[in-house]
Structure formats: C-alpha cells, structure tokens
Design a protein around this ligand. Sequence first.
Ligand code: MSP
Length: 657
Amino acid sequence: MERQTFYITTPIYYPNNKLHVGHTYTTVAADALARYHRLRGHDTWFLTGTDEHGLNVERAARQAGKEPLEYVDPIVQWIKELWATLEIQYDDFIRTTEERHKRTVQAIFQRLYDQGDIYKGVYRGLYCTNCEAYYTESELKEGRICPVHDRPVEWVEEESYFFRLSKYGPAILEHIRRNPEFVRPESRRNEVVRFIERGLEDLSVSRTSFRWGIPVPFDPDHVIYVWVDALSNYITALGYPDGELYRRFWPASVHLIGKDILRFHAIIWPALLLALGIPLPRSVYGHGWLLIGGGKMSKSRAGSQVIDPLTLVRKYGVDPVRYFLLREVPFGADGAYSEEALVRRINADLANDLGNLVWRTASMIERFAGGEIPAPVPGEDDGILKEKAAEVFDEVERALERLEIDQALQAAWELPRRVNKYIDEQAPWELRRQGREEKLRTVLYNAAEAIRLCGVLLSPFLVHTPGRIWDQLGFNPPEEQLWDDARRWGLLPPGLRVRKGEPLFPRLDLDEVLNGEAAKTPAQTGTPDSKPGAAPVEPAARGSATLPSAEIDLETFQRVDLRVARVTAAAALPGARRLLKLQLDVGGEERQVVAGIAEHYRPEDLVGRNVILVANLKPVKLRGEISQGMILAAAGPDGSLALLTTDSAAVPGSKVR
Ligand code: MSP
C-alpha cells in the first residue's frame, strides 16, 4: 500500500517586526494539522521560516544603523523562540537568506528567462512597500491608500523584468475548475476565479530601487521580486529539483496562509510552477483574520493594537492560548480577538467541561474504588460511552480532513460533555447506596476510559494537557502511540492508581485577570460568632410557611453570592451528631463547608451532587473545622430535609440568580 504523505507549509514571516498573535494563528493551526497527521502515521513534513528580503527590511535596518542581515538575525532568533514557546513542531525552518534558497531561486529565474517566460521592460505603478506589491487604482482605497495597511502607496517607475503571468491565467482557471479543493475555503475560490477572469497582466519580477534581495543572475543591477523569492521557499527547502525530500513530499498537501496573501499563492505561485513544469500543490487554504477593534491585527496599521503572544502565554499558559486560537474562530472566517473571550473559553471549556470532569472522576475513584481504576463487569456495561467515543473520533477525523479545525475541537468536546452527563445519569453515589457494586465499578471504568480517550482526542491540538490527563489516571501511554491504536476502547488497564493532582485548569476570575485586581475577599457578611455545633443550614428554613418576610431590595439580594458547587467528598464529623464535613468544587476552587445535615443524608450519597452555596458568608470554625459558606436546604415532609440542588446541566462555580 502506498504510504500517505502530508506536506504542510505556513507563510514565511517578515522579520521586520515582532510577530503578534494574528501571525501565530496560522502556525498554531498548521502545527495541529501536522501533529494529527503524524499521529495517523502519515509521512509528514511541516515547513515554516522567514521571508527576509525587501525594501522594508532594508529601510528598517538603515534606520537602526545596521546591515540588513545583522538587523534580522536577532528577530529571526526571537521568532524561533516564539515557536518553541508555543511548542510548534516544525520539521524545517527556512530563511530566504540561506545559500540553499538563494542558489535555487537564481536557477529558477534563469530557467524562466532562458525559456522566454521572463523578459525585460519598464514598470510604472503604485506600490505598497508593506505588501511589497503593485496595485491598480481600482484596488486602492480613496486617496490611493493600500486596502490592507491603510497607508498611502508610492508611485514607482523602474526598469524591470516581467514574468508572463497573463499566459497562465487560462491554465490556472482550468486547474481550479477540475480541482475544486485547490483553493479553499469555497468563498475565497470564487474571489480568485473572478480575479483571473478579469484578465491577468504580466508581473514585474525584479527591482532596481533597492539592493536587499537575491540578485538576478544575468543582470546584477536587479534584485528578484520578493514574492518570487519568498514563494519559492516551498520547494527550495525540499531541495528542488532533485533532493530526496522534494521527491518525497512535493506536491504539498496544503499551503496554509491568511487571506491577504491568497492571490500570491493561488495565482502567481501556480503560474510559476506551471511555467517550470512542476505539479501544483493539492490545496491552498486562505484562513480569515483575527480582528481587533474591528480591523486586522497589524503592526503597520496606524493606531491599531497588537497582542504579544508571549505575554498571553506567560499569563494563561500554552495550552489555553493554543486552544483559544484553534477553537474560537471558525477556521476560514474572520473573528474578533478579545482577552475576555479567551478567559471565557478557559473557564467554560477547559476548567468546567474538561478539568472538572477529570477531577470529579478521580475523586469518585478514590472514594468508591479505593483509588484504583476498577475492572468493568461485562454484563453491566451499557456501551454508551464506547459508542459515543467512536462517533466523536470519526467526526473529528472528518472535520480535520476538511481543515475545519474549530469544528474538530467542537466535536471533540462532545466526549467530555457526554461523560459528565453519563456520571450524572448513572449517579455512582446512588449505585453505592443501593449496593450495586458491579455496576458502580463498570460506570467508573467507563468514565476513566473515556477520559483517557479525551486525552487522545486533544493530542493534535494541546501539548501538555493529554499527558496531564493520563497522569491523573495513572496511565502511561506507549512511547509511539498512533491515533488508530489509541482510539480503541478498553486500553486503560484496570488496577492503575489514580493520581488526583491540581485541577487541570483553575477557573479564572474575569475581573481579576482583565483588570489585574487583587483577589477579592468575600463580602464580610454573616454572623461572626456562630456557636460551635450550630448548623450552617438555617433552622429557620424548616417549615416556615409565612410569606413574605421583611422586604429587601434587589441590590441587597445581589450582595449574597450564591454559587453552584459540586460535592467532591463528604465525611461525618466525629462527636457531632448533626454535622457533615463537605468538600466542594466551586468551579475549580475548593471549599470546605460544615453542614447540619447528618441526620438526613449519608456522606457517600452526597458525592458528585450539586448543591447551592452561599459563597460570601464569613468563614467560621465549627467543632475545630473551618466552614467556608453555607449550603441551602428546605424543609421536607415529616421533619425531613431537602437539599437544594440543580438540574444536571448547571456548572460548578456558576452564579445562582
Ligand atoms: N512574508 C509574507 C508571506 C510570504 S509566504 C511565501 C507575509 N508575512 S507576514 O509576516 O506579513 O504574514 C504572515 C502570515 O500571518 C500571513 O499568512 C498573514 O495572513 C498572517 N496574519 C497576519 N496578521 C494576521 C491576523 N491579524 N490574523 C490572522 N492572520 C494574520 O505575508
């Protein structure tokens, strides 16, 4: 059987500026795809690099009083460090200033000249130095402003070599018609087709107005146009024309780029390849932009903000930043960046759905199975999670084939969500109460095995979380774990000792992280001198049927911080007949509450259930134990007590209003 290969490239980056989070978007996405294909056992190559020539770099270097190479070297180093921080696993990093690149670009130029595809002429036109591209009047905004950079373009007139781009328009159109997946997403394909149909003009491919470029081999007064130089990196890095890597990986599976450079990749690049008789890449995917304040996040746009990816990673960690970039914006479309959206994603998806599930399951295995993954009992297995996991894996695979990375993550999240629901439905604490030990063991095994699979599902996207999840299960995956093997149900060996550690993702306080406020202490309300032994469940709640009591206004009510909390452990308090000591998960934050409910509830029946916590009640000590809040209950019939709980969908930590 023929071995599948996957060759993915990102654009090579300009090192005249530090990269912002918009730039990292392409590379993080490419890294996720490359990791996925490696996991599938495909022969994978992932290329990135830096695009170092051009007028902009020459000018910036001059301003800094440096030679261009001396100027870009530390920036390139910084870019490499950025990729290391984001755990980008590229296979090669090409700099356009390297000999292997320059030599081949010159050979390509020479060949195109020799065969008559490049000829000499004079160019007059409007040029954006930031895009390194000429524009026609109709493409510019009013006042001859570049539509990408919002800056005035310059009138340039120079002797130039031209590439016969016009000759290749019909062949490219034909190629796009026959290979609809060549330009993606579809909306962008239509844009490219319309552009070619309007008629292509020959392209100016050399410059005499600056020196910082690869010299035209037969006319050294000219340097090669930076886009011909840059685009060629995709094959020079493979050792075109006869390198082993070139034979192995070309044509590329996908060039992943932002939509602003789609025309270069979907028109100029294929035309150059057709002229050279080289097969075209299978796909060019132009993703959308991360927007900030309604515009593209961009250093050269006056007045706009940029977000430094390193600052974000330092503040939130690599996996949360990677997750946000990959999940938040539908891949292909534009999407607004905001730190608030990032924090919300961390809290909702990572802390609640995933982190809480792992923590909750490990707690139950500790409580109900002595801390060891129990062996499932075949006759008791409902197969629900096994079936769901298989469906989710299939869907993630389909989405990644279509490069719908956000959809893949959305599909992946169906698994932790289903496991949470499964636990609520199966209620292990009830199974224990009813003495259904075999079912209980099976349910706990299923939850743990599904959690192992969550780790597998996340492996293409997140770099530390899968290992941390497996670690909490006490599971040591094999060194070379391929996706198809790892996705099989039942690989988690019973008997492993769980290692419940810190919650995977602490829940973040939005105000605190955005405004940098110090952690707020809860409002100082409540009775400071509660007598030992008094139950935090208000006795007044029992059986009082007189309505209403004294009125309070909304503001007063809102000062009471009511939260959903999940009971993670419960124990009797020696010597206190009425009291139970509860450990609560309040959305990643752990609280201990001493509650006067021992006459009505057995500790083991409470674990895993949601309760309502008065979270800003001043902490008190009861029988030597700290009680950080109060849980709510109401009177039941015949002197019984009913704890207030929630519908299964409520999320620990969320406010009760
Ligand atoms: N050097 C050229 C590419 C040459 S490829 C043969 C270049 N470099 S760049 O540094 O300006 O941009 C690199 C990539 O970052 C591009 O794909 C661009 O679309 C992407 N992005 C830059 N800002 C972006 C956002 N705000 N959002 C998403 N992607 C963005 O172009």
